[in-house]
Design a binder for this molecule. Structure first.
Ligand SMILES: *Cc1c(COP(=O)(O)O)cnc(C)c1O
Length: 226
């Protein structure tokens, strides 16, 4: 129970910090959305956040999300669920059926499968392309120098409606240049939405134009490693 009270208090603090960062950056109040990242956390931890008015959540695994959110979404149909982890192609149908936003379109194969499922299911989750701004070999995402070509493929060949870009900067680097790079690619491609910034750096991301931040541990507490 105490942990759940803490989550509600943390949520208020994060919302206040987002509002302060918007003001500081001279941005319109409410222009930055909060995706509350509930991965690894049980439904008992998530419900109090929903009751406190948080309606946008992020999960990084399709199966875990199904086990928690089929119920939670039926209780609160207004909830919006974002996929923020890598999508395996055999999970694409499930992901298109469950998620309202897929932030991790990160390769051609997945883009093609998503396009196929959208046509098949008549369901259109909002789509973000993940850019590997640090060109890290172990990290998912499109290389920055292939981004425009990939965006073009998604839009023109696959007829996908791309809302914006997302990135996860390298863990040991100053995130600022990565956020700037993401913003620059989005501006060049005429994309308006930027998903960037997590618990440790969402204020920097807001200063650099984030339209949504993905915050987990600052709301729900540290995660056990797995
Ligand atoms: C886990 C995760 C987050 C949230 O990270 P915190 O540091 O706990 O805020 C944000 N984005 C992605 C893609 C994640 O996997």
């Amino acid at each position: 129970m105490e942990r759940q009270v803490a989550a509600t208090e943390n949520l208020s603090k994060v919302r206040a910090a987002i509002a302060a960062a918007e003001r500081e950056a001279g941005r319109e109040s409410g222009s930055v959305g909060l995706v509350a990242v509930s991965k690894t956390k049980p439904v008992e931890d998530i419900r109090p956040a929903i009751e406190a008015g948080q309606l946008v959540f992020g999960e990084n695994r399709v199966q875990e999300a199904q086990s928690k959110w089929l119920t939670l979404k039926s209780e609160t149909p207004d909830v919006q669920l974002h996929l923020i982890g890598p999508l395996q192609s055999n999970k694409t149908a499930d992901a298109v059926a469950l998620f309202d936003v897929i932030q991790t379109v990160d390769r051609e194969k997945i883009a093609r499968e998503i396009a196929r499922e959208i046509n098949k299911q008549c369901r259109s989750p909002k789509l973000f392309i993940q850019i590997n701004t640090g060109s890290e070999p172990q990290k998912a995402g499109i290389e920055p120098n292939h981004a425009l070509e990939f965006i073009d493929l998604c839009r023109n060949e696959l007829d996908l409606d791309i809302a914006g870009l997302m990135c996860i900067p390298p863990i040991d680097e100053n995130p600022g240049p990565h956020f700037a790079l993401l913003a620059k690619i989005a501006a060049t491609a005429g994309l308006k939405q930027l998903s960037m910034g997590m618990s440790d750096d969402f204020e920097t991301a807001i200063a650099m134009g984030a339209t949504q931040v993905r915050v987990g541990s600052a709301i729900f507490g540290a995660r056990e490693s797995r």
